[in-house]
Structure formats: structure tokens, C-alpha cells
Design a protein around this ligand. Structure first.
Ligand SMILES: O=C(O)C(=O)C[C@]1(C(=O)O)C=C[C@@H](O)C=C1
Length: 94
């Protein structure tokens, strides 16, 4: 038997997952431009000082949103590490 309640929840989950994908795509679009700029101007791929500011900010936002700050930090770390990997490739290619 179809579980209408579960189906409704899953519709919302699917919408949220789609929004996350679109937002990540926009983020990677802009970080691609950042990587090209860094490669062109000789800036290093990673900026640990900037990362710390981002982590502190997202941890505070996560707390106020009732989201686990450790999870938010792990998520940001995962995304930033991928960006740095792209930056390194852009530098090596350029
Ligand atoms: O702001 C930068 O300098 C970036 O390259 C972007 C970004 C990020 O994805 O937010 C990635 C790498 C840096 O270490 C810091 C931040």
C-alpha cells in the first residue's frame, strides 16, 4: 500500500536535494572564476585564514539554526577541499 505521508515527506526531500545541487553548481561556478583569477595573479590555491573565518561563521549559523556545528564544518571542509583541488588543477593547466 502506498504510504502517502512518507511520499509527501520525500517530495520535500527531493526538492531540497535539487536546491542543494543548484546552489552547489552556482558556488562551483564562482569558485572556478576565483581559481582562474588566483592562477593568473599567482595567488596560492588555499587561504587558511579565510577558511577559518568561513568555518567560524558557519558554525555560529549552524548553532542558531539547530544544525550540528561539527557537521556544518565537515560539510564546508569537504566542499572547500574539492575547490582547492580544482584551483590546483587550474594552476597546473594555466
Ligand atoms: O576565497 C578563496 O580564496 C577561495 O579560493 C574560495 C575558497 C572557498 O571555496 O570558499 C576555497 C579555497 C580557499 O582556501 C578559501 C575559500
Amino acid at each position: 500500500m502506498a504510504d502517502e505521508i512518507l511520499n509527501r515527506y520525500r517530495e520535500s526531500i527531493d526538492n531540497i536535494d535539487a536546491a542543494l545541487i543548484f546552489m552547489l553548481a552556482e558556488r562551483f561556478k564562482i569558485t572556478k572564476a576565483v581559481g582562474e583569477h588566483k592562477a593568473a595573479t599567482g595567488l596560492p590555491p588555499a587561504d587558511p585564514g579565510r577558511e577559518q573565518i568561513q568555518i567560524d561563521r558557519l558554525r555560529a549559523l549552524a548553532k542558531s539554526a539547530n544544525l550540528d556545528p561539527d557537521f556544518s564544518e565537515k560539510f564546508l571542509r569537504f566542499v572547500i577541499d574539492e575547490v582547492i583541488h580544482h584551483h590546483r588543477r587550474a594552476g597546473a593547466d594555466g
